[in-house]
Design a protein around this ligand. Structure first.
Ligand code: IMP
Length: 338
């Protein structure tokens, strides 16, 4: 079996996603227990206990979720679809514990000024960052205000320099990989998430660009989080993994003797409610209890992965360079059987 370096994986002849690869421990680990592993990092100047950012979707991040994630050492990006943005300010001051907020391409100066005055990260929430209007908006915001701006999404690093030139501080990587996303089906656009992250990572390294990378979409497990970070992402953005928790907006529904919550794409009919083009689906996910328990499971899984790989910190993980490409049967063998 060939052991691929990160660079070789990026040059692989097919586009790859999380289930196509595996991380291979190739040395004796000095790590005694996963509790000795440090997964602290910084993202856009904010200290993170766990490198997780929530997706700005209306069934994932409202104010309660953003506050709880911040208390758990993560970042919640408040969605722009429900009433959350209106509830963000009381007496002109932002609700405590909120770091980030998503806005549409048409966000006006009044809103942007308030966000900037409160030093919130602004996420321009669009499907395609490779768009002149998105870059113009990013440039305008960066010229007017002293704020950090996230743009998205891209599937490839080919335009990374143009995003940096427009002032973007971070970019969401992934088109077509989201679990309620029908973009690839509807448009034929998008490649595997691991290849998207790798390509963006090498574009940044080779051109010495200053931009932080968010692996966005398709992450199903703590193991996928470890793979995304190993491929070069600085943080992961999660939708489905956080959906269904107590803190997400929306009701808990009892159906077929089980508890559920709604999870839907930002471009699904339920969000748009108009005759617009739909690129997302709506579904129910099992109720999961508190988001803190989900974050703890991610933290434990990531630490355990790093202890196998002899990594005491996320910096160590970035220099580990041993990946396998899995055959379909070896992928299936990895799954637990009943
Ligand atoms: P998940 O973690 O796999 O569920 O993916 C979440 C990501 O899917 C989000 O952060 C968005 O990038 C993407 N996404 C959300 N809604 C839609 C949609 O309606 N269409 C396409 N992609 C979407």
């Amino acid at each position: 079996m060939k052991i691929y370096s990160r660079k070789e994986l990026n040059d692989y002849f097919l586009s790859l996603t999380y289930d196509d690869i595996s991380l291979i421990p190739t040395e004796i680990s000095r790590v005694k227990s996963r509790n000795d592993v440090n997964i602290k990092s910084a993202f856009l100047g904010i200290e993170l206990g766990v490198p997780v950012v929530s997706s700005p979707m209306d069934t994932v991040t409202g104010i309660t979720m953003a506050k709880e994630l911040s208390a758990s050492g993560c970042i919640g990006i408040v969605n722009r679809f429900d009433s959350s943005l209106n509830e963000l300010f009381s007496d002109g001051k932002v609700v405590e514990g909120i770091q980030a907020v998503s806005v549409s391409l048409t966000a006006d100066d009044e809103l942007l000024e308030k966000l900037a005055a409160n030093k919130l990260i602004i996420c321009i929430d669009t499907a395609n960052a490779n768009n002149a209007h998105v870059l113009k908006k990013c440039e305008e915001i960066k010229k007017k205000y002293k704020v950090k701006v996230i743009v998205g999404n891209i599937a490839h690093g080919g335009t990374l320099k143009q995003l940096v030139d427009a002032g973007a501080d971070a970019v969401r990587i992934g088109i077509g990989g989201g679990s309620v996303c029908t973009t690839s089906v509807q448009t034929g656009i998008g490649i595997g998430q691991v290849s998207s992250v790798l390509d963006s990572y090498f574009a940044r390294e080779e051109q010495k660009l200053k931009i932080e990378l968010i692996a966005d979409g398709g992450i199903k497990s703590p193991g996928d989080v470890a793979k995304a970070l190993s491929a070069g992402a600085d943080v992961v953005m999660l939708g489905r993994m956080l959906a269904g928790t107590k803190e997400t907006p929306g009701e808990v529904i009892k159906y077929s003797d089980q508890l559920w919550k709604k999870y839907r794409g930002s471009a699904s009919f339920g969000v748009k409610m108009k005759g617009e083009f739909i690129e997302g689906e709506e579904t129910m996910v099992p109720y999961k209890g508190t988001v803190k328990s989900v974050v703890n499971a991610i933290s434990d899984g990531l630490k355990s992965s790093m202890s196998y790989l002899n990594c005491e910190s996320l910096k160590d993980l970035k220099v580990k360079n041993s990946f396998a490409v899995l055959s379909t049967s070896s992928y299936l063998e990895r799954l637990p059987r009943k």
